[in-house]
Design a protein around this ligand. Structure first.
Ligand code: HEC
Ligand code: HEC
Length: 164
């Protein structure tokens, strides 16, 4: 553990998610997004499910999610005000960053604020094909719900969706 102490936030986040960030530079083309590189988000937003790279949702979705943590998909995930603000600031600043992430937000009505990644039209089109996230596919991959991306995309928390 000691060797992480002096190497800053990135190493702490890497340690928390159990992966080496070096792997990211090995990725060629395909869909790769910047992973979470902030230790509060990495700690608080990966307690119940995978840590979602912020480019997976538009800024307005993150604002809404973080503003409603007291009723987060039926769970109380609320945090103190300072922590909540730090998380909102990071997710909003790193959302919707264009580039390859823009693919995910394709065809999304700007008036709509999706509560889930799995509500994005592009995501639904990709996954409804061949019943990719039907009950059988979820069970086969050990996915707890459709948003359990990393059950099927091993590199999901590192922002890699092209490894399978
Ligand atoms: C106390 C547990 C808990 C914590 C902590 C938590 N979540 Fe969740 N989250 C859930 C549950 C439960 C769901 C819905 C799972 C389902 O549909 O089966 C969910 C779903 C989500 C989804 C939707 C995924 C999809 O596309 O279906 C996002 C995005 C999300 N959480 C973000 C966050 C963020 C950001 C944080 C940190 C501020 C956070 N969560 C912390 C329990 C939690
Ligand atoms: C039950 C398994 C499963 C789950 C859960 C799942 N996916 Fe997928 N996903 C697939 C399959 C199968 C494909 C099509 C094959 C491929 O391109 O890897 C796919 C394709 C994709 C692609 C397109 C890759 C490309 O190059 O076209 C992206 C991006 C993606 N998924 C993101 C996600 C995200 C984000 C989540 C979580 C919110 C998620 N997936 C959850 C199985 C899953």
């Amino acid at each position: 553990m000691g060797r992480y102490v002096n190497s800053g936030t990135i190493a702490v986040v890497a340690a928390l998610s159990g992966v080496a960030f070096g792997a990211q530079s090995l990725m060629a083309d395909g869909l790769s997004l910047t992973p979470v590189r902030e230790k509060t988000v990495a700690k608080e937003c990966a307690a119940c499910h995978m840590l979602y790279p912020p480019a997976l949702l538009p800024a307005r979705s993150w604002s809404s999610i973080v503003a409603n943590l007291n009723n987060h998909f039926g769970e109380n995930a609320s945090l103190d005000d300072a922590t909540t603000k730090a998380i909102a600031d990071y997710l909003v600043a790193n959302a919707d960053t264009g580039g390859i992430g823009a693919k995910l937000l394709r065809d999304l009505n700007p008036e709509v604020t999706p509560a889930r990644i799995t509500d994005l039209p592009w995501w639904k089109r990709k996954h409804e094909k061949r019943n990719r996230v039907g009950p059988a596919a979820l069970a086969e991959n050990g996915a707890k719900f459709k948003g359990d991306c990393k059950a099927c995309h091993k590199g999901a928390e590192q922002g890699s969706f092209d490894d399978d």
